[in-house]
Design a protein around this ligand. Sequence first.
Ligand SMILES: [Zn+2]
Length: 436
Amino acid sequence: MKALQKITHARLPLWSLPASWPQQNGALALADIVFLGHKIDHITPSASFDNTTEWKTAAPSPEAAFCVSAEHVLDVQGALVLPGLLDAHTHIDKTLTLGRIKDVKPGLLNAIQAMMVDRARWSEQDIRSRASKALQWAQAAGVTHLRTHCDWWEPNTTPLAWHVIKDLALEWQSSIKVSRSALIPLTLFKEQESANALAKAVSQSNASKHRASLGGFIHTSNWDPQALKHLFEAAQRFELDLDLHVDEELNPKAQGLQSIAQLVTQMQFKGRVVCGHTCALAQKPQAEGLTILDQVAQSGLTLVTLPVTNLLLQDASPDRTPKLRGMTLVKEARARGIPVLMGSDNVQDPFCAMGSYDPLEAMIIGTPMGQLGQAFDVWSESICQTAWIDSPSDAAQPRVLAPGSTANLVVFKQANTIGFPSQTHPRAVVRDAVLL
Ligand SMILES: [Zn+2]
């Protein structure tokens, strides 16, 4: 571990730079990032560096390139640099259970059934040990913010995992900001009274000064517009944010997303509203899908796409190669200024065998899945931009990679802007201005 005062010659993504950022020889100028204590003090264009040769495409010499000088300066010689990573949608309560579950049938609803059977094994020690491993993996990948959903399946009992992960969030707060969202079936919001009781329980068990997050599973199999309204009213009443599983299916008749956009506008909902999945949007007729996205843009929703799990769970059948991909309209959303995040979702549980809590893994699959151009300069924001998931009440926090923000950075030793996110595994992590 080496304390740093400055990183020089960093290639930062276009989305993080001011419009006035200069170009050198037709390419974005590299950046010097100066630290003060454990924060970023200022970022300026590097004085001189020949970045016209694609040095990264030649065999790099990462060890030689990553020596810290006696003046505590790390010259990364044009390497790509991102802020501490955000994993915007995970399930660390369920994670790492697949090895002990036999015979999981394909598809989302079958995975839910398998998970319900496994819950009998969820002791405090079991949850703590699995979730801790998830956080260790995330930390090694350079994650500094992680949102986890926690299954909450009974109206009057707070699940054990909700408490265990609250304790873990406190234990890990110096390295990862762990936030929880209660994942509750929409049916439990059918009665207004029980909706209020659930929102109150979530609010009272909040782990931090930040707003807590209420969640729900919204799907054509349990669709109930009145229950959705109760969910929103309860969240408004108890000043909660919302992070919902929405239309995780390929049924073009799914109505979750447009109903949520309408409710937010009608109620002038105050908190952050995050909608994960929304796969069904891409199956609607083009004009209808775009009209819904216009409403989403107007209502200020954040979308989260989960490429790995939705490639596995959508259009799933044991003996047939899938033809469809479960990705929402990410390009059209971003073109409308809608925040789009990308997350790991399930990791090594009945929903998804793959995963490692490395947001770059989601990007490696999501980039070709969505045929996304400018993966580093545009789309890497989907695994970094914490302002898109934080409470509106946190708006006073400095944005990532801005003066005053915490000096958490990930340096990719071999990746280049052309091939990103390939070759992102060799990386150096800087936390609180210390090279780990
Ligand atoms: Zn999920």
